[in-house]
Design a binder for this molecule. Sequence first.
Ligand SMILES: C[S@@+](CC[C@H](N)C(=O)[O-])C[C@H]1O[C@@H](n2cnc3c(N)ncnc32)[C@H](O)[C@@H]1O
Length: 150
Amino acid sequence: MKLTVDFAIVYQTLVSECPKSTISGIQFNKDFGQHILKNPLIIQSIVDKGAIRPTDTVLEIGPGTGNMTVKILEQAKKVIACEIDPSYFPSLYYFRNLCLQEVPTDFDIKTLIDTVLNEINFADKRARTMDLDDFVLLLATFNKHGIHFA
Ligand SMILES: C[S@@+](CC[C@H](N)C(=O)[O-])C[C@H]1O[C@@H](n2cnc3c(N)ncnc32)[C@H](O)[C@@H]1O
């Protein structure tokens, strides 16, 4: 079963906060371990070692300017890249055409699941089986809170 969390109710688009003029002059922040791979052959060899399949969704931590992200995208179905430093967002958006979404710093999956279970009074229930009505109610409540199962 696949679980996806929909940030639609809590994220905001960052595009308006990413003027194109801020692309140039990025300073490397050593606190975030920043350096950028420039040699395309090295980038390609790293990506190839991942043996990515066309059906894969890849989680990339720290895309920086997105130079590796676009290479991963050539092989994967989808890339979800998490970048902590906003100074890279303009590059990711304007140069790489990537869609930006903000994950709220206070996002907490455990609290969200507790909220769902408490809302329908399932928090204290323990069962090996569940009747169809309860199952549909549970799924619908997860969906309402932006958590989807497929
Ligand atoms: C060494 S750079 C690699 C950049 C790019 N992937 C490349 O190969 O050229 C590390 C990247 O990870 C980001 N980073 C560091 N800590 C992070 C964190 N906790 N979450 C997300 N990104 C992070 C940095 O801002 C930086 O963009």
